[in-house]
Write a protein that binds this ligand. Structure first.
Ligand code: PRP
Length: 182
């Protein structure tokens, strides 16, 4: 094995840890106000990317909350996402008659959130909204309403705070931008 190692470029800081913390606090405050006196809010984190956002957001809420996770996967045609989404892991609890908030780390094409909203809506929740940390606005292909949004970003590949590139960099405390292949 060669002693020379390829030096990996560090992600460029796009959103600092401090700015993430401040924005997540604002979102939690807004959500807590909107759902005050509505009973328990069911938070559904979309694995894997939303695990850190959900952890931080849920701990900043001041209302009763119930934590669930769901996992989906995109169908690909020769490494190219087809836009079709399939359920890999379902929530454990019934959401019928309950207030639901889907917690997503990022909306890119929008197919994942669109699929999840339709699928969960069919189960008869009292209401369903979403809270999204990052929106790649110019990449979104489907008509989707984001109810609570952290930040709008450009077309860069982002890592950290739960997001990965080939399973790397999920635990960076900030959102960084990389060039795939770095
Ligand atoms: C990411 C992200 C969203 C989805 C958004 O998940 O967590 O769930 O893509 O993309 P879309 O708007 O184009 O549908 P990913 O497939 O990278 O899986 P991961 O969260 O497990 O890393």
């Amino acid at each position: 094995m060669s002693k020379r190692r390829r030096k990996l470029a560090e992600p460029k800081v796009l959103i600092t840890q401090k700015d993430l913390d401040a924005r997540v606090s604002e979102l939690a405050q807004q959500i807590s106000a909107d759902y005050a006196d509505k009973g328990e809010l069911v938070l559904i984190g979309v694995l894997k990317g939303a695990f850190i956002f959900l952890a931080d957001l849920s701990r900043k809420l001041t209302i009763p909350r119930h934590i669930e996770f769901i996992a989906v996967s995109s169908y690909e045609h020769g490494n190219v996402p087809s836009g079709a989404v399939r359920l890999v892991m379902d929530v454990r609890a019934s959401i019928e008659g309950r207030h639901v908030l889907i917690v997503e780390d990022i909306v890119d094409t929008g197919h994942t959130l669109h699929y999840l909203t339709d699928m969960l809506q069919s189960r008869g929740p009292a209401s369903i909204r979403n809270c999204v940390l990052l929106h790649k606005e110019h990449m979104t292909e489907v008509d989707i309403d984001i109810d609570y949004l952290g930040f709008t970003i450009g077309d860069e590949w982002v890592v950290g705070y739960g997001l990965d590139y080939a399973e790397k960099d999920r635990t960076l405390p900030y959102i960084g931008a990389i060039k795939p292949g770095d």
